[in-house]
Design a protein around this ligand. Sequence first.
Ligand SMILES: Cc1ncc(C[n+]2csc(CCOP(=O)(O)OP(=O)(O)O)c2C)c(N)n1
Ligand SMILES: [Mg+2]
Length: 625
Amino acid sequence: MPDTVRLTMAQALVAFLKQQQVERDGVAQPFFAGCFGIFGHGNIAGMGQALQQNPDFRYYQCRNEQAMVHTAAAYAKTKNRLQTLACTSSIGPGATNMVTGAALATINRLPVLLLPGDSFARRNVAPVLQQLESFQSQDISVNDCFKPVSRYWDRINRPDQLLTALPEAMRVLTSPTETGAVTLALPQDVQTEAFDYPAELFRERVWRVPRNRPDRAALEQAAAWIRASMRPLIVAGGGVIYAEATETLRRLVDQTGIPAGETMAGKGSLDYDHPLNLGAIGATGTFAANRLARDADLVIGIGTRYSDFTTASKTAFQHPGVRFININVTEFDAAKHFALSVVGDARASLAELAELLEGYYVAAEYRAQAERLHAEWDAEVARIYAIRNTPLPSQGELIGAVNDLGDPAGIMVCAAGSLPGDLHKLWRARHPKNYHMEYGYSCMGYEIAGGLGIKMAAPEREVYVMVGDGSYLMLSQEIVTSIQEGRKLIIILLDNSGYKSIGNLSRSLGQQGFGTRYAYPQDGVLPGDDADEIAPLPVDLAANAASLGAHLIRCASYDDFVAALHAARDTDRTTVIYIQNDRLVGVPGYESWWDVPIAEVSESATVRAARTEWEDLRAKERSFL
Ligand SMILES: Cc1ncc(C[n+]2csc(CCOP(=O)(O)OP(=O)(O)O)c2C)c(N)n1
Ligand SMILES: [Mg+2]
């Protein structure tokens, strides 16, 4: 008789998770750093009991299920996807609160394990509290909502189904190609049911993350294309950072003189002051990267998904004969733009490519142009950092202060609003983890919850959360968790009294900021830019932060802000630096575009004018065939 252990399904699940290790480059570590959760009747008796009897698998309480998934995703991003957290929820609303987090993780290719409770598998007491009753089937629950946003989805209807579900869950979570949200829906009765599990299930397992080498012929062709190119340009994406290929990339750039632009996830691939780092590329890019992109005859995408922000809605690359080489661990991404696909780990691929490029160097004139643009861009950043707008400071100068005065070894995190575009352009990244931007989903509310995950993953670093008032109002309650767990965040709360980013967008569409300000309605309508005077809402976000237990520093001026950044280094707990800033002064766009369609017919002359302009710009969108 093989050895068995009699455990509930939830106990078996926790016992299994504790034993999973991940190894890359010979270094192994536990894949799960614990489990976040909020208990309800859908998980308290199963997962709750199992976690209680396994104190060595740390349980963390949170305030909102969406937030805990962000925390887990940010943790995984900081750990280059080699570690993550599990998340347990009750059934119904607790479960569906996690759907947004699941989408974010899957889109950003970040591993998170979601364990929503589900209604009774035995069904006899249905409908239970919070159960979705389908007229069509008894096999549907709200947890089916996770299917499109999960890379692997399963419902554990019998305790022994863990034996086949768990290996799949782990394979997907640890695969650099397939990773994203994995959802195991756990009916509340099955969580508590006992089964004689084979003891083998609970032995230590090591999941090796390989560094797959690319096809040699593809790499040789890539080298030949690069040698034949007059104006090659690297687009460095998040894959460079996840693969820990930043040093290899720098050596390749030094060896060949090929300049590089960086995507939202790839910023930090090269230090900002590398003379061939052109900084941000695409819709929120620098003029340096965007000019070279426009005329590049060969684009070498490394670890990039080519989102519309990177390609400026397919207008970034205008050379008539432009070709693409895509180095990517994921075939799906490698094939984009009809590229020469080099499917492999970024670090392994770049190292081999460097050998094949021995003796090759870009034309001196091209290198000189790239260096000149790099220097000109740096001067533009310095100009914006030095603005001292009155009466309210500009966002650009505040970003400058955080960048100049914050700990250079720290991590800045942001996700949505007008900050990501400004930060992508202006942030001077000093190490590969310095710039943590969630921009696959650009999810308002990621910032503070994500900051917590970063601090848990890198407790030795200062974490600077840059958050707008809108994002703050959407999801800021994990301040409480950061205080409970002693994970100090420095939260920079930039209040511009509304949705500045969407206000700008609205203006560019001819819609006068409609619906983007915080103000009382006037004659039954919310005021836009055209209102002479507005009645502001009586909201005090600083007081709110203090009430959640944060140390609060209120700033009225740029000088206060500078003092606050210094003071925040010495506080003993999560500190919120609150400052109002100008809602209209912005960082300009630099020779780029983002396609947001405009109403084809309208009563408004400004909308009609914007539509005409949009039609011209849209004509620049290309297919790469
Ligand atoms: C969850 C979510 N809802 C809506 C949006 C659309 N959106 C993007 S930015 C933004 C406004 C953000 O406001 P705030 O955080 O104050 O930043 P600001 O634009 O003022 O800089 C909105 C509504 C989003 N990205 N995420
Ligand atoms: Mg705002």
